[in-house]
Design a protein around this ligand. Structure first.
Ligand SMILES: Cc1cc2nc3c(=O)[nH]c(=O)nc-3n(C[C@H](O)[C@H](O)[C@H](O)COP(=O)(O)OP(=O)(O)OC[C@H]3O[C@@H](n4cnc5c(N)ncnc54)[C@H](O)[C@@H]3O)c2cc1C
Length: 436
């Protein structure tokens, strides 16, 4: 029996999953490798962190999504090495070595958060990139109100009731909006010693405006809406220090100020997965300042037409690190492999169709930048709803998400608030004076 063409896909995020799905009827055997057992819908991570959605609603198991693709094998492993000459991928499967050989390889390992050389900030200001991050943040957010309820020192209580979100891009804006929302609506009448509505939410942005990629008008509209909700929007405020009990900000005129706050969220920067650097080193390709490996116009690695690097891990022209780029490149890589198998070897360049970007600012309010169209307010929010429902993977997840959204948008409850003492991490305990 002739051996079929072997495709290895690393990463079950947007790029990897869409590539794999597109290959399910192709005459190929696909091995999809990821260190997590699920496909994560990162744009809704903040809803897990703020108690609206459950983990499962935004992270369906990859095996379940691909159950009707008999030519796809899913492997749980952390890929540590790619041997471009031997055409093998090497991974760690909970202590066991995984070796997967390929004829075509699709690397879709995405990015992780970057602390711009200050990795020590991470302990106090977790980012939001994985389910673990979102769960931890949920514990910190709801835990902060719990501690504030029994804290008797006024200054300490104030600091538990102050939340700093670092980074004024879409994620920072959405997280800040949701913290405000839960403090003023969801937690109403839940406490006896504190008034959750008196919580202070600060959004810190190093640049001169939040949401800069949405244009001046929408950026100003979002700022007005956040401020109307009571959020402090501090622009030209670069975070230069983060510790257990606060953040230090430096303004553009060089002045430094401090905000005492026990809960910090990092939404400021990303850097490509280390595998991008590894591929660059092995192939001689360049990396950009975010660690993304430069690819050729057909998304392949220089000198290796059998290796595609897609999504957040690659640099090509000025393509942004967004889900839609990863999805379209995943489909493109799968199409290219199918075309090659039909004997059409000529390479076609990848063309990105920009479907725009969206960010929720508050309940029923969002900003949407779709080509020349820039809309805000309720229409923007409807656009956000449609887009997120369209791309949320799995029918069950969509139904559950809609139900939860309806409850949280119309009512005020958040169902995902269960928390135990052990989940409030030792790092965030004010009682630990040595932690500063
Ligand atoms: C909080 C947040 C909100 C966002 N909101 C939006 C939004 O509203 N709109 C938008 O367009 N984009 C948004 N993005 C960006 C978008 O999610 C990314 O651009 C997109 O996920 C990139 O897809 P990808 O396939 O390249 O990587 P990812 O989706 O990140 O997938 C990478 C996969 O690779 C796996 N992996 C990584 N390294 C290894 C390894 N060594 N071994 C095995 N597996 C590995 C990971 O586990 C992961 O499953 C957001 C991102 C975040 C973090």
């Amino acid at each position: 029996m002739a051996v079929r063409h072997r495709v290895v896909v690393i990463g079950s995020g947007f790029g990897g999953l869409f590539a794999t799905r597109r290959l399910r009827r192709a005459p190929v055997d696909v091995t999809l490798i990821d260190r997590a057992n699920h496909h994560l819908f990162q744009p809704l991570l903040y809803q897990v962190a703020t108690g609206i959605l459950s983990d499962g609603e935004i992270a369906p198991p990859s095996r379940e999504i691909l159950r009707r693709a008999p030519n796809v094998r899913v492997e749980l492993a952390n890929v540590t090495h790619i041997d471009l000459d031997a055409r093998t991928v090497i991974g760690d499967q909970l202590g066991r070595k995984l070796v997967a050989s390929y004829d075509s390889l699709i690397v879709a390992t995405g990015s992780s958060h970057s602390y711009f050389g200050h990795d020590e900030f991470e302990r106090w200001a977790p980012a939001m990139k994985t389910l673990d991050n979102a769960r931890e943040l949920r514990a910190r957010l709801f835990g902060a109100f719990e501690v504030a309820e029994f804290e008797t020192d006024v200054a300490a209580r104030r600091s538990w009731m102050t939340f700093a979100v670092i980074g004024g891009g879409p994620t920072g804006v959405e997280v800040a909006g949701q913290i405000e929302e839960l403090s003023r609506r969801s937690l109403r009448r839940n406490f006896r010693s504190i008034d959750p509505a008196s919580a202070r939410v600060v959004l810190c942005e190093a640049g001169p405006a939040i949401l800069p990629t949405f244009g001046k008008r929408l950026s100003e509209m979002a700022t007005r809406e956040l401020e109307r909700k009571g959020i402090d929007v501090l622009v030209n405020s670069a975070v230069v220090g983060v510790d257990a009990s606060g953040v230090d900000l430096r303004s553009s005129d060089g002045k430094t100020t401090r905000i005492e706050c026990m809960t910090k969220v990092w939404a400021a920067g990303v850097e490509a997965s280390p595998l991008a650097g590894l591929l660059a080193e092995a192939s001689g390709a360049e990396v950009d300042r975010h660690g993304r490996v430069h690819v050729l116009p057909d998304c392949t690695l220089e000198g290796h037409p059998e290796v595609f690097v897609i999504g957040d891990a690659m640099a090509l022209g000025d393509l942004p690190g967004v889900a839609e780029v990863a999805i379209q490149q995943g489909l493109f890589a799968a199409r290219t492999i199918r075309r090659r198998l039909r004997g059409r070897a000529e390479s076609k360049p990848f063309r990105y169709i920009d479907l725009g970007s969206l960010a929720v600012v508050s309940r029923f309010r969002a900003v949407a930048s779709i080509g020349p169209i820039r809309v805000g307010g309720f229409i923007g929010w409807l656009a956000w709803l449609v887009v997120h429902l369209t791309f949320l993977t799995g029918f069950k997840n969509r139904v559950a998400a809609v139900a939860h959204w309806a409850v949280s948008f119309v009512g005020r409850s958040r169902s995902e608030r269960a928390l135990t003492v052990d989940e409030i991490r030792p790092e965030s305990k004010l009682a630990d004076p040595g932690s500063h």
